[in-house]
Design a protein around this ligand. Structure first.
Ligand code: UN1
Length: 500
């Protein structure tokens, strides 16, 4: 059986109706062995319109449901996800190429955000504010916003939808999901799990949770439609810029989680055993295809040779292969286009003065398998400034800690960052107002693998959005300032007199 056949078998086990498959449409493929097998139906322009109309109707009903009851649907989704965890994770592995443990971790991330959102459904707190007028109450309330479009990327094909959907649901918003064209199967499988949660819930309105499979035109239609007040998009900076402009043109709201170019600063006092482990996971985990992947290693010149030698040794023994196999740590890239981008970036790095320490090139097997690379650079040349979604780690050295922080901040992206140090001074400077300029800043932890409890996202070309934990839920609601006059007079604010 090919991996594409395996994927179809899991789909039918998860209850996805056979009707989603068509002879033409979006081809089903697996990066695990490069196999293809059939296609899934894609949306026509009318389908997008119908989905938005359905979500608009659903919103009218769902916003009237008390938030803790909305939380009950998310609780049931968490229960169904737990039951489907093994199958859904296996499908993530087959369709996105993640190793088994990371596939399971991705589904766990969905379950975690469901648990978070269930609690949140009783904590959508507003404020009471002192009114300057006698006999008046003033407060701030958070109201449901309306249909939310979620445009997600192949690399976290289901977790990022869950971050958005779990929060949107408790906030009172329907969700229309446009998954990546590269990972339609995991979206369809997730939707089958959603259907089970909806059936157990009983009386959710039709159109509350929808999936629209298709290409760029689906995303464009969702971004341009004024009936969709919030568009949450994850992907490249180029895609995010297009979405943001379209949404802004109609004065809608966008929530963007775009490219990263994440760095680790390693100082002379760092625990190098810990640093090597963190670098390996964050630079080659998910085959370098996380937004939070470590792409730049900024190491003090006194320890550079030692650290690079240790890393080269670790890289040379990396188990690369079928992501379903025990012990494998590096699976395939998503497709051939990604391997070409990997090759091209390495060639460019050499042209720009870089030296390849280890890695580069293909692993001889069917599928898009490459050898993760380490490249020494003497400067942050254009290729280093650019996010290549592949396992390439650029190494640069520094002498002064301020210089290291400057290098870290000198790229267009601002997602995640970290420092390895035993110095409180360095750690705290890194976390200060003149330290890391990223949305995520860690000490003695790599830049990837964030928990759902914190707000996730970053600055500059990363798009400025925050998803997942903390108060990210506020993006899915509309703030309303309410003032109630319970006196029998009509005093005006600021002492204005207007008597008729
Ligand atoms: C992404 O790559 O789009 O912090 C999300 C992490 C994961 C999420 C990554 N929890 O690496």
């Amino acid at each position: 059986m090919t991996a594409a056949d395996d994927a179809r078998a899991i789909l039918s086990r998860l209850g996805v109706p056979a009707g989603v498959f068509t002879p033409t449409g979006l081809p089903i493929r697996s990066p695990v062995d490069g196999s293809t097998g059939g296609a899934v139906r894609t949306a026509k322009p009318d389908d997008v319109d119908r989905a938005i109309a359905g979500a608009t109707m659903a919103f009218d009903a769902w916003r009237r449901v008390p938030a803790p009851r909305r939380g009950e649907l998310v609780r049931l989704l968490g229960v169904e996800l737990r039951a489907a965890k093994a199958d859904l994770a296996a499908l993530v592995t087959l369709e996105a190429g993640k190793i088994a443990s990371e596939g399971l971790g991705e589904v766990q991330e969905m379950i975690d955000i469901c648990d978070f959102a269930v609690g949140l459904s009783r904590q959508l707190y507003g404020l009471t504010l002192p009114s300057e007028r006698p006999g008046h109450h003033m407060r701030e309330t958070w109201q449901p916003l309306g249909p939310v479009a979620v445009i997600s990327a192949f690399n976290f094909p289901v977790a990022v939808w869950a971050w958005n959907a779990a929060l949107a649901l408790v906030c009172g918003d329907p969700v229309i999901w446009k998954p990546s064209e590269k990972t339609p199967l995991t979206a369809l499988a997730t939707h089958a799990v959603v259907e089970r949660a909806l059936a157990r819930f009983g009386d959710a309105p039709d159109g509350l949770l929808q999936v629209v499979i298709g290409g760029r035109e689906v995303g464009e239609a969702l971004a341009a439609d004024p009936r969709v007040p919030l568009v949450s998009a994850t992907g490249s900076t180029r895609m995010g810029r297009a979405v943001a402009q379209s949404v802004a043109a109609r004065l809608g709201r966008s929530l963007l989680e775009l490219g990263g170019n994440n760095a680790m600063i390693v100082t002379p006092s760092a625990d190098l055993d810990m640093a090597v482990g963190a670098i390996a996971f964050s630079a080659v985990g998910t085959c370098g295809q996380r937004c939070t992947t470590l792409r730049r290693l900024l190491v003090h010149e006194d320890i550079a040779e030692t650290l690079i030698a240790r890393l080269a040794e670790a890289y040379d023994s990396l188990p690369i292969g079928d992501p379903r196999d025990d012990g494998v740590l590096v699976g395939p890239l998503i497709d051939d286009a990604a391997t070409h981008a990997f090759d091209a970036a390495l060639a460019r790095a050499v042209e720009e003065g870089g030296t390849i320490v280890t890695g580069g090139g293909r692993v001889e097997r069917a599928g898009a398998y490459v050898r993760p690379a380490i490249v020494r650079m003497s400067a942050q040349s254009p290729v280093v400034m650019h996010e290549t979604f592949a396992p390439i780690l650029y190494v640069l050295t520094w002498r002064d800690f301020n210089e290291a922080v400057e290098l870290q901040n000198a790229v267009p992206q601002g997602l995640s960052s970290c420092v390895f140090t035993d110095s409180v001074r360095e750690a705290e400077q890194f976390l200060s107002a003149w330290g890391s300029d990223c949305g995520i800043a860690n000490v003695n932890i790599g830049p990837s693998g964030a928990e759902i409890g914190g707000a996730f996202g970053g600055e500059k070309d990363t798009g400025g959005g925050r998803e997942s934990g903390s108060d990210a839920w506020k993006a899915y609601m509309r703030r309303q300032t309410q003032t109630v006059n319970f006196s029998s007079a009509l005093p005006l604010a600021q002492g204005v007199r207007f008597e008729v």
